[in-house]
Design a protein around this ligand. Structure first.
Ligand SMILES: [Zn+2]
Length: 139
């Protein structure tokens, strides 16, 4: 695999992740050579950069590691205020996402959350999951 091919593989990582999200699936990456769970920021196994990435269906369960409330509206589809959090998935990788429930002042770091998908297929996290709008998750 050439350096250009390695670079292309690296840049396809997020596109692949977003294709799964469009199918209402939250998946996390592992190295097919050593099986190590990769963080979302790694995009390649540092020990096996030419190895394939395998994507596994996540449980959707996680915990809030950091929470911030946005009081400015940046896009029309996200009226302020809203909460953005660093979520650590049960499987280990961390990602940044929007927390939509319960009320803003009831959310705190360390709290358990469940991934869901909203009506626009956006990945969201909730602290009080309902079963009506979940998407596909490992059980
Ligand atoms: Zn590896």
């Amino acid at each position: 695999m050439s350096e250009l091919e390695l670079s292309r593989k690296h840049s396809e990582f997020m596109e692949q992740f977003l294709r799964f999200i469009a199918m209402r699936e939250l998946r996390y990456p592992t190295c097919s050579t050593c099986g190590r769970i990769l963080s979302f920021s790694e995009r390649l196994c540092v020990q096996h950069p030419r190895g394939a990435i395998e994507w596994h269906l996540a449980s959707g369960r996680g915990s809030l590691r950091a929470v911030v409330e946005y009081r400015l509206q940046y896009v029309a589809s996200m009226p302020a205020p809203y909460v953005v959090a660093v979520v650590e998935l049960k499987e280990g990788p961390r990602l940044v996402g929007t927390v939509t429930r319960p009320s803003l002042n009831a959310i705190a770091a360390g709290q358990a959350v469940q991934a869901e998908f909203d009506a626009a297929n956006r990945l969201i996290f909730v602290a009080d999951p309902d079963q009506g709008n979940r998407g596909n998750f490992e059980t």
